[in-house]
Design a protein around this ligand. Sequence first.
Ligand code: URA
Length: 239
Amino acid sequence: MAQKLERLEKIMSRLGYGARRDVPHWIREGWLTVKGERPKSAAVKVYAADVELDGQPLDHPDGLTIIYHKPLGTVCSRKEEGRIIYEDFPERWLGRSPALSSVGRLDKDTSGLLIVTDDGQLNHYLTSPKHGISKTYAVTLDKPLTGTEVASFAAGTLMLEADDKPCLPAELSITGENTASLVLHEGRYHQVRRMFAAMGNHVTALERTHVGGLSLEALNLKQSEYQTVASETLKQMIV
Ligand code: URA
């Protein structure tokens, strides 16, 4: 996010520190400084990166992007029932504006690599079909693979129930009798589960292992762990 001049009270509220009306009190107490000086009013226009609270810089003042290992059993949207992924992050982050949002979704029974960001442009870049950023899944199946799945998924003709267009070609590598790695170049609702259902099989475990070139294993994040990253750095890690 480009730095811009903003009213101090707005910065403090949009970064989730509290209400605008609290800011004059923090100034009077001497808790807030701008470039080391006590500001004259809560309405003064400043850069968020120059503000300190209790001698500490503000938390990610110019945007927040997170590489996260989503655990099993959590949901990505408030519309779904269950523990929401945002509970794994500091509470203050939930008060931020623009709000954090996941880049696409993983379903409740899927774990793995998920990007969460307040950067709308980055979110669009990572999800736009134009960029076709691949996502790789480690899949465990109820029944042994037959081997016919590889050609069916690669053909670009597989129709999923209730969809009006076939899936884009996807690369399946069989890694065991009941296990495989699947690379997708699009993101449809419950796509991996539905692709295997179309082949008469059932997914019993699903993990997203890669987003583009970004690998969960290389990041060494346990379930629920995350790291923050600059948007531009993330793009370089993915592409
Ligand atoms: N495909 C699925 O079925 N579930 C996910 O969470 C992601 C891809």
